[in-house]
Design a protein around this ligand. Structure first.
Ligand SMILES: Nc1nc2c(ncn2[C@@H]2O[C@H](COP(=O)(O)OP(=O)(O)OP(=O)(O)O)[C@@H](O)[C@H]2O)c(=O)[nH]1
Length: 367
């Protein structure tokens, strides 16, 4: 099976099929001022929000690199990602249940006292819906970066600093084990407390605060609710698109939570973001070519300082003597999977998702 990425990575001689040195480089190293990944990454403007650490990421991080140098590395990587994804099959995923519930959700959001936006901590910029701000307007919002166990302390600190600088506090949460959920429940009630102050002033009885939990598919919305409730009230499973309908659940007498299906745009214009969604399993598997996505992941990992070439080589005992992901996937296929590229690619993606290369974010805050 020839992956489309092959066109990016040409062996320099038929007799040396695994020499990576001729992987196509980004044609120009001009400053990547308006890369799609950064453009989609503009900070959310109107959060009101929550908790989080306020310390410099470099001080406690896994990797200790020069500040500007590392910042430049990440910027450069974003620009390269743009280039790498250009020739690939477009990733689009908009199953019927999303189309149906998006409408309902927009209506329900008008009834919310507070909205909790859950994002994947590995890719916080790529897991925010471009229309979220317009849907929510001035409604009170809580930002949750879930899967906090899947990123490094350095990543966490970088994002905490980024959001704090914008006056946005963020809750880091773990929907699997429950970290951050109590804080989330408390905060939702606190933010919405004035609802009942106003009701009392009008002579009305107090009512439960309504909080809508929204976000991209598979970011952990249902798991967070289940953890908060300490009961399995909402279906949760390790694949995108499990929640298909809106569902209200009660958390005591004071809080009502709305679980919603993961909503993504009908057309994903930012294909760098789309590939990251695929890498993190936040989009349906049928929407992408697994071999291409694994190859891009390899190329990314070789460039992320906390991972690098060595980690990949150690895991598969296969050289990454250039930075061409496609060839690396082919080598893994030949050596470990009888030449089956799909299986090899799937293993690499699955290893990343299980943290076998270490826990690292695939995005760093834009400057
Ligand atoms: N490691 C880790 N896994 C998590 C975390 N939160 C959720 N998960 C797992 O991620 C998978 C998806 O979680 P869900 O709660 O179903 O995600 P969702 O956002 O409701 O997904 P949709 O139904 O697609 O909207 C499940 O297998 C969870 O166990 C987390 O913080 N860390």
């Amino acid at each position: 099976m020839a992956s489309q990425l092959s066109s990016l990575c040409l062996p320099n001689s038929p007799s040396l099929p695994f020499n990576f040195s001729l992987c196509r480089a980004r044609p120009s190293l001009a400053p990547p001022a308006a890369t799609p990944s950064l453009s989609s990454s503009s900070p959310p403007p109107s959060f009101q929000i929550v908790g989080g650490r306020n310390s410099g990421w470099r001080g406690t991080g896994v990797a200790q690199f020069g500040g500007d140098e590392e910042e430049a590395d990440w910027l450069d990587l974003d620009a390269d990602l743009c280039h790498w994804t250009k020739g690939l099959r477009t990733v689009q995923w908009y199953p019927g249940h999303i189309a149906k519930t998006e409408k309902e959700l927009k209506e329900q959001l008008k009834l919310m006292d507070v909205v909790v936006e859950v994002r994947d901590a590995r890719i916080p910029l790529s897991t925010t819906h471009p229309l979220m701000d317009s849907w929510l307007g001035t409604r009170k919002r809580i930002l949750v970066l879930n899967r906090e166990d899947m990123i490094s302390k350095a990543d966490r600190n970088a994002w905490a600093t980024y959001f704090t600088k914008q006056g946005i506090k963020v809750i880091f949460a773990n929907g699997k084990l429950g970290m951050g959920t109590m804080k989330l429940g408390r905060l939702a009630k606190t933010l919405a407390a004035d609802v009942n102050v106003k009701r009392r002033a009008k002579g009305l009885l107090p009512r439960a605060v309504r909080a809508g939990i929204v976000g991209y598919p598979n970011v952990g919305k249902s798991s967070l609710i289940n953890r908060l409730l300490k009961r399995r009230m909402c279906p949760a499973a390790p694949r995108p698109g499990v929640t298909r309908e809106l569902k209200w659940v009660h958390f005591g007498k004071d809080l009502e939570l709305l679980d919603s299906p993961g909503i993504i745009p009908m057309r994903i214009s930012d294909q760098v973001a789309a590939i990251k969604l695929a890498i993190c399993d936040d989009i349906g598997e049928k929407s992408y070519n697994v071999a291409d996505v694994a190859a891009i992941l390899v190329q990314m990992l070789t460039r992320i300082p906390a991972v690098g070439v060595g980690v990949l080589q150690n895991r598969y005992k296969i050289d990454v003597d250039g930075h061409c992901g496609d060839i690396f996937v082919q080598k893994v296929a030949l050596q470990l999977f009888n030449g089956d590229i799909h299986q090899a690619a799937f293993r690499i993606l699955s290893d990343f998702r299980k943290g076998k290369f270490g826990w690292v974010a695939l995005e760093r805050p834009p400057r």
